[in-house]
Design a binder for this molecule. Structure first.
Ligand SMILES: [Zn+2]
Length: 625
C-alpha cells in the first residue's frame, strides 16, 4: 500500500488530509458533506418531542457516490425527499438500520443523482439522549415546562438527522415555534429583547460541528451584563446569576487581549435547572451553565472562563475526532487559567491548577496505561468516555510546560497564531503537532526536544519534569490538615474562616480515603459542613463522611444527590454509598425517587454504576461461600 501525502515526523506518521476516520459516526465525508442545515421545528411539551423538518444542503465530493449516510438516534422519520435547485421535491428511498448502542441508527438515503439538498420530516423520541424535558414541578419557578439539549459528544443525532462528527462543519438557520410566553434560545446570536410570541428565528453564519447544536426553551428571563453579553435564567434565578456573572464583559476583553478578537458577536450565558449533567457547555454564543456555580462570591466563575475560552479552543479550532478531544479541553483549561489569573489574581489561578494537578496525579495512577494517554488507542466505544481528566488536566499541564519552556511572550504569540491559522477548521492531534513543530519547537531551538513533546502527547503518565506551581496557602493547609488528623490541632482551631472555596476543596480532597469517624464528626460540629449550600464543598464532605461511616450525613447527602444532576457533583456520592450493602440499599431508594428528575445521561451513569456494584457484590458473595 502506498501512503499518500504523509509526512514522517519523528516516531509517528502525520496524515495531511483533514478527514480523519471518526469511529463514532456513520458519516462518509469522503463522498458528501453537509454545508448548511435549515431547521423548522415545533417544541411540543405535551408529547415531549421536537417535530419538524431538517433540510440539509449538500456538497458532493465523490462523483461515484450512491448514497447519503446520516447519524440518527431514536428519531421517527416521516419522509425523505430530494430538493433540486428549483426547490421541487421528490421522494427518496431510505433505510433506517437497527439501533447500535452508542451509535444509534444509521440512516441510508439512496441519492445517486446527487441532489442539491435533502429534506427530512421527523420527530424526536421522548427518551432522546440529547434532550431533557422537565415538568413545571422540576423547575425553580414551577410555572412552565422546560427543555434543554446537550449534544456533546454524539447526541445531536437524537434531535437532528445529520453527519454527527466534529470534523464536519456547517452553517445553519432554525425557525422554532413554542407555546406563547415560553422563550426559545439556541447556539446562535440571541436577541435579549425578543417578544415571547411563540415564534423564533436563529441564524448561525459561522460553520460549526454538530456537537455545538443546542436548544433550550422555558420560562426564561434576561438580564444584560454588558453591551454584548446577557444572562438568561428562570425569573427567580436571573438576578443572582447576573450578579455572579457580572464580570463576563471583562472576561471577553481579557481573552481578546491574549488571543485576538472574539469572533462570534454576542456571548450570553443560560443558567439551566440543577439537573443539567455538566458544569457548562460551550454552545456558540450561548454557554449553557449549571446553577451549582451560583454561590454568591464568584468563587466558581472560572467555569465561565472555561466555556468562554472554548470560543477560541474548541469552537473556532475544533478537535476532528473524539480521540483528539484534548485539543479542545486541554488548551481550553490552560486558557481558563490565564483568564482567571488576569481577572482574579495569581492566588486563585494557582489554587485551581494545583487542585487539578493533585487530582490527576491521584487518578492517573489507577488508570490503564492506554487511558493515561492524551491520545488513547484503540479508541473507546462510547464517545462520552473520551472526556476524562486526562484530556483536561494533562492537556493543560502540557500547555503550561510549553509556556514555561518558551516563556509567556513567545508562547502567547504562538497560541494566538495557532487560533488564527486553524480558525473555523477541525483538526487532528497530528495537524496540531506539525504546526507546533514549525512554529514553536523548531523556531526556538534548544528549548524543548521533540521527544519531550511526544512523551506528553503519546506517552502514559506525567513526565517527571512537569512544572508544579507553588502555593504557600495550600502548604499551610497541608500542615493544618496533618495536625488536625494527628490530634494536635482541634477542628475548631483550624484557620478555616479565611479559606476560600478552593482552599476548602483542597483541605477535603486530601483527607485520607477512609478518615476516622470521630474526626469527621468533630469537623462537622465545628464547621457545619452537612447541608452546605456550596455543592463543591458538599460533594467532597459527603464522600468523606460516608466513607468514615457517618450515617448522620446520609440524608443530607441524599438531598444533595437528588437536587443536583451534575455528574461530577453527584456520582461521587453514589460511588461512596454503593461500597457497603447498607449504603447500596439506601442509595437504590434515593435513585428510585430522584431518577425522574435526572437527565438521561445522569440516569444512565447511575444505572451503569449499580450494575457494576451488583456484579462486584455477587462476586464477593460467591467468594464468601
Ligand atoms: Zn470544556
Amino acid at each position: 500500500m502506498r501512503l499518500l501525502s504523509t509526512l514522517a515526523l519523528g516516531a509517528f506518521v502525520l496524515p495531511a488530509a483533514a478527514h480523519a476516520a471518526d469511529p463514532h459516526s456513520y458519516a462518509q465525508p469522503q463522498d458528501v458533506v453537509i454545508k448548511h442545515i435549515d431547521l423548522d421545528l415545533k417544541v411540543d411539551f405535551p408529547h415531549r418531542q421536537l417535530d419538524g423538518i431538517a433540510t440539509l444542503t449538500l456538497d458532493w465530493k465523490n462523483a461515484d457516490a450512491q448514497e447519503l449516510v446520516l447519524d440518527t438516534s431514536a428519531l421517527k422519520i416521516a419522509s425523505v425527499e430530494a430538493v433540486d435547485g428549483k426547490g421541487q421535491p421528490h421522494a427518496l428511498h431510505y433505510t433506517l438500520a437497527a439501533t447500535v448502542p452508542s451509535m444509534g441508527s444509521k440512516l441510508t438515503i439512496e441519492a445517486p443523482k446527487h441532489p442539491h439538498a435533502v429534506r427530512i420530516a421527523y420527530a424526536t423520541s421522548p427518551d432522546a439522549s440529547g434532550l431533557q424535558w422537565l415538568d413545571p414541578a422540576q423547575t425553580a419557578d414551577k410555572r412552565f415546562p422546560f427543555l434543554f439539549s446537550q449534544s456533546e459528544s454524539t447526541h445531536a443525532r437524537s434531535w437532528i438527522p445529520l453527519q454527527d462528527s466534529p470534523a464536519i462543519r456547517f452553517t445553519w438557520h432554525a425557525h422554532v415555534t413554542a407555546p406563547r410566553d415560553v422563550r426559545v434560545v439556541m447556539s446562535a446570536p440571541n436577541d435579549p429583547k425578543h417578544a415571547l410570541d411563540g415564534s423564533f428565528d436563529f441564524t448561525q453564519t459561522h460553520p460549526v460541528p454538530s456537537y455545538l447544536m443546542a436548544i433550550a426553551a422555558g420560562d426564561l428571563a434576561v438580564r444584560e451584563t454588558g453591551p454584548r453579553s446577557a444572562v438568561y435564567a428562570e425569573p427567580s434565578v436571573v438576578g443572582k446569576a447576573a450578579h455572579e456573572f457580572e464580570d463576563t464583559g471583562k472576561m471577553i476583553a481579557t481573552t481578546e487581549k491574549l488571543y485576538g478578537p472574539y469572533r462570534w458577536g454576542r456571548y450570553d450565558i443560560l443558567v439551566l435547572p440543577p439537573s443539567f449533567p455538566y458544569g457548562g457547555m460551550e454552545n456558540p454564543n450561548m454557554t449553557f451553565a449549571t446553577p451549582t456555580v451560583l454561590v454568591g462570591d464568584k468563587s466558581l466563575v472560572s467555569l465561565v472562563a472555561h466555556e468562554l475560552a472554548h470560543s477560541w479552543s474548541g469552537n473556532l479550532v475544533t478537535a476532528a475526532t473524539w480521540r483528539d478531544i484534548w485539543l479542545n479541553e486541554g488548551i481550553t483549561t490552560y486558557v481558563q487559567g490565564r483568564i482567571t489569573e488576569a481577572l482574579y489574581g495569581q492566588r486563585q489561578a494557582t489554587e485551581e491548577t494545583l487542585l487539578a494537578i493533585r487530582n490527576l496525579e491521584k487518578n492517573i495512577a489507577g488508570m490503564p496505561e492506554n487511558a493515561q494517554r492524551l491520545t488513547p488507542q484503540p479508541r473507546k466505544i462510547d464517545a462520552d468516555d473520551e472526556l476524562s481528566d486526562v484530556a483536561y488536566d494533562k492537556g493543560s499541564w502540557f500547555m503550561r510546560t510549553l509556556e514555561q519552556k518558551f516563556g509567556r511572550k513567545d508562547f502567547d504569540a504562538y497560541l494566538e497564531g495557532y487560533f488564527n491559522h486553524f480558525a473555523w477548521h477541525s483538526i487532528t492531534t497530528e495537524q496540531m503537532l506539525a504546526y507546533l513543530k514549525a512554529n514553536l519547537i523548531d523556531k526556538y531551538p534548544g528549548r524543548m526536544g521533540w521527544d519531550e513533546v511526544e512523551a506528553w502527547v503519546y506517552g502514559p503518565g506525567i513526565p517527571e519534569d512537569a512544572p508544579i506551581p507553588d502555593s504557600p496557602r495550600f502548604d499551610a493547609i497541608d500542615k493544618e490538615r496533618a495536625a488536625f488528623l494527628d490530634g494536635t490541632l482541634a477542628a475548631n482551631k483550624l484557620d478555616a474562616k479565611s479559606w476560600n472555596t478552593q482552599e476548602w476543596m483542597y483541605f477535603l480532597d486530601r483527607l485520607p480515603d477512609k478518615p476516622p469517624l470521630g474526626k469527621m464528626q468533630e469537623l462537622d460540629a465545628a464547621w457545619h459542613l452537612t447541608g452546605t449550600p456550596n455543592a463543591e464543598i458538599g460533594m467532597r464532605w459527603y464522600v468523606h463522611a460516608i466513607r468514615s461511616g457517618d450515617r448522620a450525613a446520609w440524608p443530607a447527602a441524599a438531598e444533595h444527590a437528588t437536587r443536583i444532576g451534575r455528574l461530577y457533583l453527584t456520582m461521587p456520592i453514589y460511588k461512596a454509598l454503593v461500597q457497603t450493602p447498607e449504603g447500596f440499599a439506601f442509595v437504590e431508594q434515593v435513585f428510585a425517587k430522584a431518577k425522574d428528575g435526572y437527565h438521561p445521561l445522569t440516569r444512565m451513569a447511575v444505572e451503569k454504576l449499580f450494575a457494576k456494584a451488583r456484579e462486584a457484590q455477587g462476586k464477593a458473595a460467591v467468594g464468601a461461600d
